[in-house]
Design a protein around this ligand. Structure first.
Ligand code: ADP
Length: 400
């Protein structure tokens, strides 16, 4: 069975084609600048096939999907002989609101519910819907398509953890609550952690730290998400590359009044100019910050210090919320690659009986323990693989 996994953004579209016999990636790629001019980088992972990396005209997502299919089926760059070999498409969909607690086969009713969630994710859900419709147009009405939601895994969070302390009508009427994101990643690393620990996930208390451009932490008790640091939007929780994370809402009013900004301008500052970039004044990228901090830049060091501190605070609060923790997982760009970030964060965990193995912590981008054999709480590095989860969920939903 071959499954195409699509992650459609407003002007980009990432894809991977999986052969589910052996769960191999046959080809992957990225369309960029859709609706502006267009660029396609297509990488087949089959011997003898060539990489395609050129500007192509991509006025809409439908042309982007058509260009992807053309490359996937070409004799020079391709991975399949014809489009009919692709059995189904799996889509990353950012927001499923309270409608979806698992992945679903896309029907007209499902598409309507995804549309109903547009106000909750105005930048993301419209792009995901465009991607679904573009596949229908290019691959035919009958191609089975499955939606895999970033929010679904967190639908098990109890009311005491998802409720904001504002007048109850805002939840009852407007569905304002903590939703959480990165659910596909947290779910995947939790299942891998269980495999590494040799125990069913239903017997474990895990804390997953997804640290990339966007970062979130998830408390996973007996296989279920019971709390997470992102909220109604992906702006809150930890400070991130360019996002502020948790912030006293009084600051918004103060800055707006003082500098005569409107709400869109201040939200743009909090989304795009804050976080690591804002505090350091240098970069949102941890590699740049590590370098500048090593060279003695105080602001870069402060940005890093506050990130480590906030991660440690959230992990501590989740250990308290679950009344214990068996393992702490590091994943995504920073979690998988930055030994220094992991080491600094783990300095806060001695009270848990957690001991970092400095040699093991040199590892990059592979599944491994980074705690000593005697460490009471285990420390794990697990590379995330959201595309594989989407492919697996798609297979499961079309063979049900
Ligand atoms: P996204 O949230 O966009 O999926 P990623 O999970 O790919 O992001 O993470 C990207 C971030 O990972 C980069 O901005 C960078 O800060 C960080 N990163 C990647 N490699 C390293 C490294 N070797 N050392 C430190 N940070 C790294």
């Amino acid at each position: 069975m071959k499954i195409l996994v699509i992650n459609a953004g407003s002007s980009s579209l990432k894809y991977q084609l999986f052969d589910m016999d052996g769960e191999k990636v046959l080809a992957k790629g990225l369309c960029e600048r859709i609706g502006i001019d267009g660029h396609l980088k297509h990488t087949p992972l089959i011997e003898g096939k060539e990489v395609f990396d050129e500007n192509v005209n991509l006025p809409t997502h439908a042309e982007a999907i058509a260009a992807v299919i053309e490359k996937l089926t070409s004799s020079k760059y391709g991975a399949v002989a014809s489009m009919s070999e692709i059995n189904a498409v799996g889509h990353r969909v950012v927001h499923g609101g309270e409608y979806f607690s698992s992945s679903v086969l896309i029907t007209d009713e499902v598409l309507k519910a995804i549309e109903d969630c547009v106000p909750l994710a105005p930048l993301h859900n419209p792009a995901n819907i465009t991607g679904i419709n573009a596949c229908k147009k290019v691959m035919g009405e009958n191609i089975p398509q499955v939606a895999v939601f970033d929010t679904a895994f967190h639908q098990t969070i109890p009311a005491k953890a998802f409720t904001y302390a504002i007048p109850k009508e805002y939840y009852e009427v407007d569905k304002i609550r903590r939703y959480g994101f990165h659910g596909t990643s947290h779910r995947y690393v939790a299942s891998r952690a269980a495999a590494m620990l040799g125990k069913p996930v239903e017997e474990l208390k895990l804390i997953s730290c997804h640290m990339g451009n966007g970062s979130s932490i998830c408390a996973i008790e007996y296989g279920k998400s019971v709390d997470t640091s992102m909220g109604f939007t992906p702006l809150v929780g930890l400070p991130m590359g360019t996002r502020c994370g948790d912030l006293d809402s009084g600051v918004i009013q103060y800055i707006m009044n003082k500098y005569g900004l409107n709400i869109n301008e201040i939200i743009n500052i909090l989304n795009c100019k804050s976080g690591m970039l804002g505090v350091s004044g240098i970069s949102s990228d941890f590699r740049d910050l590590d370098k500048s901090a090593e060279e003695g830049d105080k602001h870069a060091q402060l940005a890093l210090d506050l990130f480590h501190y906030d991660v440690a605070k959230v992990v501590g609060s989740y250990a308290a919320a679950m009344n214990g923790v068996d393992a702490i997982i590091f994943t995504a760009g920073i979690g998988e690659n930055s030994k220094d970030t992991r080491a600094e964060i783990c300095k806060y965990f001695n009270y848990l009986g957690c001991e970092l193995d400095r040699d093991a912590n040199m590892a990059r981008g592979k599944e491994t323990y980074i705690s000593t054999p005697d460490s009471k709480v285990k420390l794990l590095v697990i590379p995330t693989n959201e595309e594989l989860v989407i492919a697996r969920d798609t297979k499961e939903n079309i063979t049900k």
